[in-house]
Design a protein around this ligand. Structure first.
Ligand SMILES: Cc1cc2nc3c(=O)[nH]c(=O)nc-3n(C[C@H](O)[C@H](O)[C@H](O)COP(=O)(O)O)c2cc1C
Length: 193
C-alpha cells in the first residue's frame, strides 16, 4: 500500500540569521513541496527552548514549547534536517531539542513517541571543504538511537559561503542532488505504510 499526503518537518541546526543550513533546508523543503508534500519549517532559534534541566521537568513537567514541538513531530511523516558542524559534531541546538523530545508526558505516552516511524533525510553545510561529514555521522548515530530511519547518501555542501545565489537558490548540479535526496525520502515514506 502506498501512502499519500506526506507531511515533512524541516529543522536547521543553526539559529544564525544568515545560516547556510537554514538556506539549504529551505531549498530542500521547496523541492518536497514541488513533489506534493506538505512542509513545515521549524525555527529552533525562535522557539528558544530552555536548556534541558531535570529539576525544571520534575517541578513543572514539560514546557509548553516542548509539548508543541512534540505534537509537530508526531504529526510529521518525515524529517529533513540540515546541520552545521561544530567541533566535529552536530550542534547543541539539535541535541537539546532531541533531549526534550525524548521525554514522556506521562506513562501513557509511548517511549520516544515523537520519533516513532520517522524517516529522515540529512544535509550539512559548512564554509570549509569538509561539508560537515563528521556532523552527519554523529547526527546519524543520534537519530538511530532515537529510532529514526536515516536515508543513505546525505547531502553535504562544501564552501557554503559561495554556493548560494543572491536569491537563495543553489547551482543546478547541487540542486539536482538535493532534489534526488528529497525524491528518495518521499519514495521511502510512500512505501512505509
Ligand atoms: C563553534 C563552532 C565550531 C565549528 N566547527 C567546525 C567544524 O568542526 N568543522 C567545520 O567544517 N566547520 C566548523 N565551523 C564552521 C561552520 O561550519 C560554519 O560557521 C557554518 O557556516 C555554520 O553553519 P550556519 O551557516 O548554518 O550557521 C564551526 C563554527 C563554529 C561557530
Amino acid at each position: 500500500m502506498t501512502k499519500t499526503g506526506i507531511n515533512i518537518l524541516g529543522l536547521s541546526g543553526s539559529n544564525r540569521a544568515d545560516s547556510f543550513n537554514t538556506q539549504l533546508l529551505s531549498v530542500a523543503l521547496e523541492c518536497a513541496k514541488r513533489q506534493g508534500a506538505s512542509i513545515t519549517q521549524l525555527d529552533l532559534g525562535a522557539i528558544n527552548l530552555p536548556f534541558y534541566n531535570g529539576d525544571l521537568e520534575a517541578s513543572s513537567g514539560l514546557p509548553d514549547t516542548v509539548l508543541d514541538l512534540k505534537k509537530q513531530f508526531e504529526a510529521a511523516d518525515g524529517l529533513i534536517i540540515s546541520t552545521p558542524e561544530y567541533n566535529g559534531f552536530f550542534p547543541g541546538l539539535l541535541k537539546n531539542c532531541f533531549d526534550w523530545l525524548s521525554r514522556r508526558t506521562g506513562p501513557e505516552d509511548p517511549i520516544l513517541s515523537a520519533f516513532d516511524g520517522k524517516i529522515a533525510g540529512l544535509m550539512a553545510a559548512t564554509v570549509g571543504g569538509s561539508g560537515g561529514i563528521r556532523s552527519l555521522t554523529s547526527l546519524t548515530t543520534q537519530l538511530h538511537y532515537l529510532g529514526v530511519t536515516v536515508l543513505p547518501r546525505p547531502f553535504s555542501l562544501t564552501h557554503a559561503g559561495k554556493a548560494f545565489n543572491d536569491n537563495g537558490s543553489l547551482g543546478i548540479e547541487q540542486l539536482t542532488t538535493v532534489d534526488d535526496m528529497v525524491v528518495a525520502l518521499l519514495r521511502a515514506l510512500r512505501r512505509s505504510d
